[in-house]
Unconditional design. Sequence first.
Length: 383
Amino acid sequence: MKNLYAFAFALLFCCSSVFAQVHTKDSLQAYTLFLQKQNTTAKDYILNLFTKYDIVILCERDHREITQYNLICDILADTRFSCEVGAIYCEIGNMAYNKAINRFLQDDTLSPDEVEQGILTFHRNIYGASLWEKANYSYLLKSVYAINKNLGNNKIEVFGLERGVNWDTVTQTDILRRNVSTDATFRDAILAENFINYHRYSRTGKALIILNYRHAFMQDIAGRCNAGRYIYDTYGDRVANVYINSFSLAPDGTVQAVQEGLWDAAFAMEQKDNIGFDLVNTPFGNASFDMIPFATTLTYAQVFTGMVYYTHFTQLRIVQGMPNFVDDEFAREMQRRYRLEGNLPPDIETLKQRYNRVIDRTYQEEFPAATKQVELWVNDNDN
């Protein structure tokens, strides 16, 4: 999320306004009339894409948002996924532990305590001294473990695409190599390369990929090379990418509702919060692309194959931190990592307070101005 905001502010130096858009009640009616004819659930839409495409990229919302993982885990729990796809590849996840994670996810002999401890350990090892405190990573691993326990041979695999280090055997050279791979200049190319290398060994030839924000774009925008584009360059028309309803960024980096609230208002008025559709030749696909905080002539259909709307904007949830994520023993391990990375470590109590505090709030609470944009359209239409 920090990178997302940094990207937004950096772009202010070269761009000053979002592509001009004029929205009217007629615009709203075009959306609602279209939605009245759409009945495919978000899960079925995504799974159906695999009849035409080998690789489907989901454009993850804000990393902190957890309801999107209800959808992702619902997709994974469908037997069509385990039989016909079989693997999910995540931008977030330490490659150094992929083999261990998949051994763990396929071991149905573990006790509940062993499952909890194993997932905690993998979550702690995603990055380094600074932990990945987004709760949805553990939620994903717990869900896949539970799904796999009820499967036969077609168990689901999970692959992290980030080049990390094994913290049991780490050296300074490992850390330097990791730092280069996570630099914004190279990161997207490396994420794509790692996916391509893993996908060569896929048992089905198909893949579901989770990439956040611009990394899921299948073209480069504003001089930023995107992992989705590298993947598309390799696989061409075998790849689809899907926008999951989220927010857009204003030129000053603040969060606003997509299309100034028009889209979310249309879904709310039609009482639809679980739906998916192709974007080409639709009012949504023809809309100017406003996810990014600068002027563009692109439309949503030029950036994404399809769209899923899952859970209304106000009900999306940010969940960070976990109880007992950091205990005294692991806090000392974190201090060791800080020193390996050349930094002065915080004290143990500071680390525990930073990561053990659970934050759980809705987008309505987090982004009141964006919520107001949606409400204005709904209220105006009622008048």
